[in-house]
Design a protein around this ligand. Structure first.
Ligand code: SF4
Length: 337
């Protein structure tokens, strides 16, 4: 059976026409699924019994099964979902006042094995379907009181490694027939997959792009992020410049600050030069401990000093203490187990 939530609005409209139904039904059904949260055709009361039964024989409306919720002292919440094949994925809700950001997973596990990341240590299991990606947002929208205002694709997995499903999920989230979330309120974070950046650029979406940099030399970056051996720094920066030249939105550089690994004066100077070259802002994220990893959390004084050095180089910096550390929900801590 086909999951309707794997289809963009245009695909669903074409599908309905193909099975002999009028195109206007596509809007009605998307409304039931995305506006009213229906998952059963018999609840879609304006369709008529025959159509409900016809759809029920060939289609389903996917939904995620909640496995558990962990609530952090700092109000972050980790939602663990069990998928139909028994895999588990995690989404993190990060409230701020009466708004909230949701950090969404795009894969079960990850191929890229970054040294500081729990998802990478687990290895790659499989891509998430568009329905499973969108389903994380839908579930939260329907189960929390706070308005979901921002979506970040920074959970488990490398989004550009699951490019087609990521883009389809973005289209569904963005569509007025879907969740109607503005493109500018969504951010895709990549470990620096250059072909992904190039494909993303060609789509011309107004979705934000964030590069997980984490080191400012090839030697250090390859040590922390093996993907750098395939897509080394200079080529990555050239791809970013290209992206900006062709109308891409302002970039953010993510930098997880790890004690005595990438927190020296020389690291700050190099990072500031890269950010200036790309006119990017930096999200500085003090490392969050991952069980079984020897990396250490930098002291607050050292973090502030690193930030000062970047700012002295004229670079805008946001210091983001990753939320949810106590429930293993912070950046790099998601493993789905
Ligand atoms: S940081 Fe991102 S790309 Fe690297 S292993 Fe973790 S999930 Fe994969």
């Amino acid at each position: 059976m086909k999951d309707i939530r794997d289809l963009s609005f245009d695909e669903w409209r074409d599908e309905l026409v193909r099975i002999g139904e009028p195109a206007f039904r596509a809007g009605q059904i998307f409304d039931w699924i995305y506006k009213k949260g229906a998952t059963r055709f018999e609840d879609m009361t304006n369709l008529g019994r025959d159509l409900q039964e016809k759809l029920g024989r060939a289609y389903l409306v996917g939904r995620l099964e909640l496995f558990g919720v962990l609530r952090s002292k700092d109000r972050a919440e980790k939602y663990v979902f069990r998928l139909h094949d028994g895999s588990r994925i995690e989404s993190v809700l990060i409230p701020a006042g009466n708004r909230a950001t949701v950090c969404v997973s795009t894969q079960v596990g990850c191929k890229y094995a970054c040294a500081f990341c729990a998802s990478g240590r687990r290895g790659f299991v499989r891509h998430l379907t568009p329905s499973e990606i969108v389903g994380q947002v839908l579930f939260l929208r329907d189960h929390i009181d706070t308005a979901l205002t921002n979506i970040v694709f920074m959970g488990m997995g490398e989004p550009f490694d699951n490019f087609e499903n990521l883009i389809k999920a973005i289209l569904i989230l963005n569509s007025p027939h879907g969740l109607g979330i503005a493109a500018r309120r969504m951010t895709v974070s990549t470990a620096g997959i250059i072909p992904g950046i190039e494909r993303f650029k060609k789509l011309g979406l107004q979705v934000n792009l964030s590069i997980s940099l984490h080191a400012a030399t090839d030697a250090k970056r390859s040590g922390l992020m093996p993907v750098n051996r395939k897509y080394p720094l200079e080529k990555l920066l050239a791809a970013c410049e290209d992206y900006l030249r062709e109308g891409g939105r302002k970039l953010t550089l993510e930098y997880v600050l790890i004690k005595k690994v990438n927190d020296g004066a020389e690291d700050a100077a190099r990072l500031a030069r890269i950010a200036a070259r790309l006119k990017a802002k930096i999200n500085l994220i003090p490392f969050s401990p991952v069980i079984g990893l020897a990396f250490e959390v930098p002291e607050e004084g050292r973090v502030l000093d690193f930030r000062r050095k970047l700012e002295a180089g004229g670079v805008p910096v946001t210091l983001r203490h990753s939320k949810g550390r106590d429930i293993q929900a912070a950046c790099g801590q998601l493993a789905g187990i």
